[in-house]
Design a protein around this ligand. Structure first.
Ligand SMILES: Cc1ncc(C[n+]2csc(CCOP(=O)(O)OP(=O)(O)O)c2C)c(N)n1
Ligand SMILES: [Mg+2]
Length: 560
C-alpha cells in the first residue's frame, strides 16, 4: 500500500492517518486541539473507516483508549493537545502501564522552529512520559511518520504490553513528503514461547507438589489462554487464583478456581495461599496489592517454591527470585501447559476445600441494611448475561463487585490495577462502542463517578447504552476507612456533599433514578434496561457499611 502524493507532496497529517489505517485502527478517542488540526482534517476523509470519538476530558479519552486496548488486544489510540491535554491524559497512560495495556497516545507539540523556548503549552513530552510509558518519542520529520507509528504499535504490543507516547510538532503534521510513500506494515507482536527444558522442570515441580496454586494476571491474555490454563489446572490438580482485578481471566465457575487476591482479600484464601507448597505465577508481577503489601509472598526470596512465567525478562528476578523463572508470553505458555500429559492424576481434598470456601464466599451475609450493595450485585448478576462487561474505578464500592460478581469470560471486567478513580465511566463507554451487542455496566462510587462523569455526554453523543450504577455513601469511603482505623472519629477531608445523581443523569439525556431500598431495586433495574438511552441508577447506601467486611463502628472500636 502506498499513499499517493498530490500537489507536490503528502501532508504529514494525512500520512499519519494512513499509517493508523495500516495498523488496522478503526476508532480513535480524542479531545481536539489546534495543535493537531491536520490530523483532524485527515480523519474527516476516512470517517467511514476510522470513527473519531470526541470526549469531554482527556482523562476520559485516555481511559477509553485503555479500555479499547484491553478489550481488543490492539493498541487503543488517543489524540490530545499539548501541555494541558497531555497532563489530563497522563492518568490513562499510567493505568495502561500498570495494567500492561497496549495504547498509543499522540500529543500535539509546538513547531520545531520555536522548540525549547517554553512556547505556548510546550512540554518536553519525552521527559514527562518517560517513567509512565514504555516509550516516549517525538517525530521530527514527516517522512518518518510511518516508521514511528509502526514502532509505536510494535512496542505497545511486544513482550509486556504497555503505552507509547508520540509527540507531533505542528510542522511535522503540516509538512509535505514528496513522492509516493508507504504507510508501513501492520505491526506484529511476536510472543515468546517457553523453552522445552524449563517446561519439563515446571512439570516435575508441579507433580512433586502437594498443594500447588497458579496465580494468573498481567497482560497478553485471551479467552483461549484462560481456557488453556484451566485445562492444565484440571489435569495437574492445580488451584487457580486471580491477581488483583484479573478474575475474568478464567471462568470463576471452573472447579479449580478458588478466588482472587485483592485489597482486603478473603482471609480464607489468604490462609490457603500460605498453605500452598508451590506457586506457579503465570503472567502476574505479584504486585503490592495482590500480595497485601508484599506480605503474602515475601520478596526477594519467597519461603514457598515459586515458578515465575513472565513476558519481560527484566521483571524476572527484579522483585522475586523464583526457583524457576521462565521468560515467555503467558498465552504461549498456557497453550504449552495445556498440552502436557500428567504422570498420574492426583485427587486433592485440599483443593476441594479451597473451592468450597470460594463458593461459600459468594453468599453475602445478612447485614440488616435497607439497601445492601451485596444484594444488589447478586440480583444484577442473576439478571444480566454472563458476558456483561463490568467496569469500575477505585473506592470501597469495588470490593462488593469483586466479591459478589463471578466472572465467566475473558475481558468481562475492565478495572484499573493502578487504582485510578474515574476509570469506570469512560471505560464503559468505550466498551459499549467496541462491543455494541454486549451489556455494559459501570459501577462508580460517588467520588469516583465525578472524576469522569462528564463522559455521560459522550455516551449520549455516540448512543452508547451503558448502565451506570452510582454507589452513593456521601464520602470518599476508602480514605474514610483508613482514617477511622488510624484516627477514629477525626473526619477530615473525606465527607462529600453530592449532587442529585439521577437528576444529573437526566440532564445529560439519560434515564436516571434513585433507589434507597432493596425492594425497589429490581423494578428500577428493569426500567433502566428498557430505557431507549443509557441509564443511571443512584444507590443511596448506608455509610456505616464501610466495606465488604467491616463497619465504621467496628473500625473505631478496634482502635480502642
Ligand atoms: C485519581 C485518584 N485520586 C485519589 C485516589 C485515592 N482514593 C482511593 S479510593 C478513594 C475514595 C473513593 O471514593 P468513592 O468513589 O466514593 O468510593 P467509596 O470508597 O466511597 O466506596 C480515594 C480518594 C485514587 N485512588 N485515585
Ligand atoms: Mg463514596
Amino acid at each position: 500500500m502506498t499513499v499517493k502524493s498530490a500537489n507536490g507532496g503528502t501532508r504529514g497529517g494525512d500520512l499519519l492517518v494512513s499509517s493508523l489505517r495500516a495498523q488496522g485502527v478503526d476508532r480513535v478517542f480524542c479531545v481536539p486541539g489546534e495543535s493537531y488540526l491536520p490530523v483532524l482534517d485527515a480523519l474527516h476523509d476516512v470517517r467511514e473507516e476510522i470513527e473519531l470519538v470526541v470526549c469531554r476530558q482527556e482523562g476520559g479519552a485516555a481511559n477509553m483508549a485503555d479500555a479499547y486496548g484491553k478489550l481488543t488486544g490492539r493498541p487503543g489510540v488517543c489524540f490530545v493537545t499539548r501541555g494541558p491535554g497531555a497532563t489530563n491524559a497522563s492518568i490513562g497512560v499510567h493505568t495502561a502501564f500498570q495494567d500492561s495495556t497496549p495504547m498509543v497516545l499522540f500529543v500535539g507539540q509546538v513547531g520545531s522552529d520555536i522548540k525549547d523556548r517554553e512556547g505556548f503549552q510546550e512540554v518536553d513530552f519525552r521527559a514527562m512520559f518517560s517513567p509512565l510509558a514504555k516509550w516516549a518519542a517525538e517525530i521530527s520529520d514527516p517522512a518518518r511518520i510511518p516508521e514511528y507509528v509502526h514502532r509505536a504499535f510494535q512496542t505497545a504490543m511486544a513482550g509486556r504490553p504497555g503505552p507509547v507516547v508520540l509527540a507531533l510538532p505542528e510542522d511535522v503534521l503540516s509538512g509535505l513528503v514528496a513522492g509516493d510513500v508507504s504507510p508501513g506494515k501492520r505491526a506484529q507482536p511476536v510472543p515468546a514461547a517457553p523453552l522445552g527444558d524449563r517446561i519439563a522442570r515446571l512439570q516435575e515441580m508441579v507433580e512433586a507438589a502437594e498443594r500447588p496454586l497458579m496465580i494468573v494476571g498481567g497482560g497478553g491474555w485471551s479467552q483461549e489462554a484462560g481456557r488453556a490454563a484451566e485445562i492444565f489446572a484440571e489435569r495437574f490438580g492445580v488451584g487457580i487464583v486471580a491477581s488483583l482485578r484479573c478474575q475474568d481471566y478464567v471462568s470463576n465457575s471452573h472447579s479449580h478456581y478458588i478466588g482472587h487476591l485483592a485489597i482486603g482479600a478473603d482471609p480464607k484464601l489468604v490462609k490457603r495461599l500460605k498453605e500452598a507448597d508451590l506457586l506457579l505465577v503465570l503472567g502476574s508481577r505479584l504486585g503490592e496489592m495482590t500480595t497485601a503489601g508484599y506480605t503474602l509472598v515475601q520478596p526477594p526470596q519467597p519461603s514457598v517454591k515459586m515458578i515465575h512465567v513472565y513476558p519481560d525478562p527484566e521483571e524476572l528476578g527484579r522483585v522475586y527470585q523464583a526457583d524457576l523463572p521462565i521468560n515467555a508470553a503467558t498465552g504461549e505458555t498456557a497453550k504449552v501447559l495445556s498440552e502436557l500429559t500428567p504422570r498420574g492424576k492426583k485427587e486433592s481434598a485440599w483443593l476441594s476445600e479451597c473451592r468450597a470456601d470460594y463458593e461459600a464466599s459468594l453468599q453475602p451475609p445478612q447485614r440488616g441494611l435497607k439497601l445492601d450493595l451485596a444484594e444488589v450485585i447478586v440480583k444484577m448478576r442473576a439478571r444480566l448475561p454472563a458476558d456483561t462487561v463490568v467496569t469500575n474505578g477505585a473506592g470501597n464500592y469495588t470490593g462488593w463487585v469483586h466479591v459478589y460478581w463471578p466472572f465467566e469470560t475473558y475481558r468481562s471486567q475492565l478495572a484499573p490495577t493502578s487504582g485510578a478513580m474515574g476509570y469506570g465511566v469512560p471505560a464503559a463507554v468505550a466498551a459499549k462502542l467496541t462491543f455494541p451487542e454486549r451489556m455494559v455496566v459501570a459501577f462508580a462510587g460517588d467520588g469516583c463517578f465525578l472524576m469522569n462523569g462528564q463522559e455521560l455526554a459522550t455516551a449520549i453523543q455516540y448512543n452508547a447504552k451503558v448502565l451506570f450504577i452510582v454507589v452513593n455513601n456521601g464520602m470518599y469511603g476508602t480514605i474514610r476507612m483508613h482514617q477511622e482505623r488510624d484516627f477514629p472519629h477525626r473526619i477530615s477531608g473525606t465527607d462529600l456533599v453530592n449532587p442529585d445523581f439521577a437528576a444529573l443523569a437526566r440532564a445529560y439525556g439519560l434515564h436516571g433514578e434513585q433507589v434507597e431500598a432493596i425492594e425497589d431495586f429490581e423494578a428500577a433495574l428493569e426500567r433502566a434496561l428498557a430505557a431507549d438511552t443509557a441509564a443511571l441508577i443512584e444507590l443511596k447506601v448506608d455509610p456505616e457499611a464501610i466495606s465488604v467486611r467491616s463497619t465504621i463502628t467496628k473500625l473505631r472500636e478496634a482502635k480502642r
